[in-house]
Design a protein around this ligand. Structure first.
Ligand code: XMP
Length: 514
């Protein structure tokens, strides 16, 4: 595997994504937690950082355990750090260098640049730049503005690049990472869903033996794939609990429960909607709604789990982005996600997280490898507190019903609207957007239907494109489509007389409204 030491850059996860796309296993670890003596490590990548090497609080680490033992690739700060600690000079760039640049010259014989196009575009984002390299370093690439865009230490397998090969706009970035990972480090590109399933099922059998395991299903991809994987390993010793908090999509509880049964899962569906409606009555503050649902969910789940004798393990569909040790510098809570944390502490169970090391698209590949139906695998993400965070203001069963009906028309519309994908194949708007839903606003507006004045609710449609939900853009849906959905909703959903479309990106907005 490749170890990526994280110095706090925004793009550290992207480096991991790229390496995984090469079907090579990699892990992100904090900059000072290199796993000494781990024989499976084949190479090390040092990430970028928000700091300058001169900052007092800059993350620094001792590379003596790494240099000479493993190939090293330093990216941006990583490259500056190696140069600086070896006597090179790093200085503030005249102006922050940000954006596209071209490698106007590079050493074509250097293995890092194998199969890289002349004048290839790279992406720069740095405040400091390396101005002098130590005498045993050789410059291997430049751009018009940056003399030392890349270097290698002579007679050592240590490289540094000032640009970011991991970002999409570095045209040959993936090729460079491949040259490092495959040609230099010798990683075999043998990660596949089938091999993951085989080894994970064997490990789960070994780890769990005859123990009983309980797992909370949400209807989402992650928990569903975790359940099917565990079911393959331990069969009926796995009990799944699917709680209906009353804030699910129209008919979702019934439909998803049916899907789970068809997959052969041992699943208990619990309709706890009355409890949640009672506890949420009159509550308008978003964080308070989230807390009530989080707490209520734990109570219901705990009660059900206690009905099963001798449960030893709690399984969860946690995935890699949920658990990478974050070097986040601010730590402000924007929204509390109820499904991470809480349960394990309360239940005194051992934790089993078979998807802990996978990215979302890898989870989907595993789901397909397990033969799960496509509609479960390609489902949009849906927030744990469900429609509760899409109803602004207080929640009532009537409002939930209005929202469910409007949402159903929008989502079904996206599924039915066929379009051509970039490669010419047929797909639907549903598959082109990352996530979509409807928000019930807390305002009413005047309208006219027939000869009657109406005074009814306004809703907002929300659809975004994204790759990881960290950032998102509003989806540029066709006007004809938006027009049709608007008409359908106003004509069919009683209580709604106005439809708007949310055109905010994240940041500064978030995907959900609460
Ligand atoms: P925001 O609104 O923060 O949402 O831009 C980012 C992504 O997270 C989803 N989301 C949640 N997912 N539990 C979840 O599992 C939650 O409590 C929760 N809140 C938001 C949201 O739908 C989007 O995909």
């Amino acid at each position: 595997k490749i170890v990526i030491l994280d110095f706090g850059s925004q793009t550290t996860q992207l480096i991991a994504r790229r390496v995984r796309e090469l079907n090579t296993y990699c892990e992100i670890l904090p900059y000072n937690k290199f796993p000494k003596g781990d024989e499976s490590v084949k190479g090390v990548i040092l990430s970028g950082s928000p700091f300058s090497v001169y900052d007092e609080s800059a993350f620094k680490t001792d590379l003596s355990e790494i240099r000479g033992k493993y190939p090293v690739l330093g990216i941006c700060y990583g490259a500056q750090f190696i140069a600086y600690t070896n006597g090179g000079k790093v200085e503030p760039a005249g102006s922050r260098e940000y954006g596209r640049a071209h490698l106007s010259s590079f050493d074509k014989d250097n293995v890092l640049f194998k199969d890289v196009k002349e004048n290839t575009q790279v992406w720069m984002s740095h405040g400091d730049t390396i101005t002098v390299i130590p005498s045993n370093f050789k410059k291997i690439a430049s751009t018009d503005k940056v003399a030392i865009a890349a270097y290698q230490i002579e007679n050592e397998k240590v490289w540094g690049v000032q640009f970011h090969p991991e970002v999409f706009h570095s045209e040959d970035g993936t090729q460079m990472l491949k040259n490092f990972v495959v040609d230099v480090c010798g990683c075999k590109q043998d990660w596949s869903a089938a091999s993951f399933i085989e080894t994970t099922v064997a490990e789960l059998k070994e780890q769990l033996g005859d123990d009983k395991v309980v797992l909370g299903l949400s209807g989402g991809v992650d928990s569903s794939v975790a359940a099917v994987l565990l079911n393959r390993a331990i069969g009926k010793n796995l009990t799944c609990i699917f709680v209906d908090h009353g804030m699910l999509r129209k008919n979702e509880f019934k439909n998803v429960l049916h899907d789970y049964e068809c997959l052969g899962l041992n699943v208990i569906g619990v309709d706890a909607s009355a409890k949640f409606f009672a506890e949420l009555a009159g509550v308008t503050e978003p964080e308070e709604k989230r807390k009530i649902i989080g707490k209520g969910f734990i109570e219901v789940f705990d009660e059900e789990a206690h009905k099963i004798k001798d449960v030893k393990w709690l399984a969860q569909g946690t995935i890699y982005p949920d658990c990478i040790e974050s070097l986040s510098i601010t730590g402000t809570v924007i929204k509390s996600h109820h499904n991470v944390g809480g349960l394990p502490e309360k239940m005194h169970l051992k934790l089993c997280e078979p998807l802990r090391l996978l990215f979302k698209d890898e989870v989907r590949r595993v789901g397909r490898g397990l033969g799960m139906p496509e509609h479960l695998i390609t489902r949009h993400p849906f927030p744990g507190p469900g429609l509760a965070v899409r109803i602004l203001g207080d929640i009532t069963p009537e409002k939930v019903a209005i929202l469910q009906n409007a949402d159903d028309i929008f989502i079904q519309g996206l599924r039915d609207w066929k379009v051509k994908d970039a490669d010419g194949s047929e797909t639907s708007l549903y598959h082109q957007v990352w996530q979509a839903g409807v928000i019930l606003l807390s305002v009413q507006s005047v309208g006219v239907m027939g000869d009657e004045r109406t005074y009814e609710r306004a809703i907002a449609l929300r659809a975004v494109t994204s790759t990881d939900a960290m950032t998102a853009d509003w989806a540029h849906l066709p006007y004809e489509f938006l027009g049709k959905v608007s008409n359908d909703i106003i004509n069919k959903v009683k209580g709604v007389n106005r439809v708007t479309y949310d055109i905010s990106s994240k940041p500064p907005a978030t995907i959900e409204w609460e």
